[in-house]
Design a binder for this molecule. Sequence first.
Ligand SMILES: [Zn+2]
Ligand SMILES: [Zn+2]
Length: 258
Amino acid sequence: MKIKLLPSTIDPEGRVSPEQRLSCFVVDGRVCIDAGSIAIGLTDEERGRVRDVIVTHPHMDHVATLPIFVDDLFGFLEEPVRVHATEEVCALLARDVFNGTVYPPFQNFDNGRTRVMQFVPFEAGEEFPVAHLRVKAVPVTHIVPTVGLVISDGACTVGFSSDTSATEEFWRVLNREPRLDALLIESSFPNSLGRLAEVSGHLTPEGLGAELRKLRHEEIDVLAMHLKPSFRCQLVEELEALGVPRLSAMEPGREYEW
Ligand SMILES: [Zn+2]
Ligand SMILES: [Zn+2]
């Protein structure tokens, strides 16, 4: 399985910079997890192939350019862009984003050949198919309804925490998996901002370290993501100081493979 965090920030010379402001991860060039930078970071080939987007929660950094992505493709689609999310999150996206004011209700529009966008609700706790993948969604601990994901392509399995503070069910589900190849876990704020992390439903590196002690799988790659850009250097140092083998900060634009 190949996973790439899409870049969402460019430096003054127009080059991709390591800061992550938006969340969008491309799996095997054809499925996106969250859609923050989906309209600005995909290659042309990926834009031609990605028709399935899993939305973990409705925060702006996770859905910001989803409307623009559908808009770009409007006249070309031969099948809808399928937005996979819980019933609750689908309803929030319809009410707050695709509502005819912020952006058109693409879920009601077709281009003469196909509906351009379709909400595909899933139940947290139940496995469901997304393109070539099998996915389980697990509620995590954030300030709005949010799911973490366990994604498998039949050969390898990857865990994705989404935005969360300390949580339990996600680890129970991961520990029941016969194999786990990699874990993408959030680490938003430095240790000195532990209180802010807690009230905003996020983790610090210390909190990440405590969460990893709940995981029974060993020798897996751990990629820290969702590092708040203003604290990136400090976060990287604090993550290194944990001394966790195979833990690193995920780099936007790099394709990781398991
Ligand atoms: Zn969030
Ligand atoms: Zn976020």
